[in-house]
Design a protein around this ligand. Structure first.
Ligand SMILES: [Zn+2]
Length: 141
């Protein structure tokens, strides 16, 4: 798995050479060059190439967005498979605590526990595709 780029050290109002950009974001200069090919904006007419901190930061954020997996209402994100997965055998536990609702199930592929927060209003919709066992707990104050 590629190293996760860091945002915390990037100064938005600075510009960076490729090596400096690599250093502050914790990736290799080669990765920065790949990002430039993939559309990371560089400052016009500057040699060596200069990258603005805010462009670098925006690019990394956009990449993270792209990596988020969309899940359908009866799907969960499995941290083990790193994919959207359905609940094993279509069963899920639905735990309601106060106004918070959590669905828990087993990944249909690797049987890791998968869960996601939902809103109570979604329960009727989700129960059309999943067999829900609803447990309601009183919130502890
Ligand atoms: Zn899995």
């Amino acid at each position: 798995m590629p190293k996760q780029a860091r945002l915390s050290r990037i100064k938005l109002f600075r510009s960076y050479t490729i090596n400096e950009a690599a250093e502050v974001s914790g990736v290799s200069p080669r990765t920065i060059r790949n990002w430039i090919e993939q559309g990371l904006h560089v400052m016009d007419g500057e040699r060596p190439v200069l990258i603005r901190g805010d462009d670098l930061s925006k690019f990394i954020k956009k990449q993270r967005e792209g990596r988020k997996v969309k899940t359908a209402s009866d799907e969960f994100y499995c941290v083990c498979c790193k994919k959207a997965r359905k609940a094993a055998e279509g069963f899920a536990d639905c735990t309601i605590i106060g106004n918070r609702v959590k669905l828990t199930a087993f990944c249909e592929v690797c049987e890791t526990v998968i869960s996601k927060p939902i809103t109570e209003a979604r329960i009727p919709v989700i129960s059309r595709t999943l067999a829900l066992t609803v447990k309601r707990h009183e919130p502890t104050l």
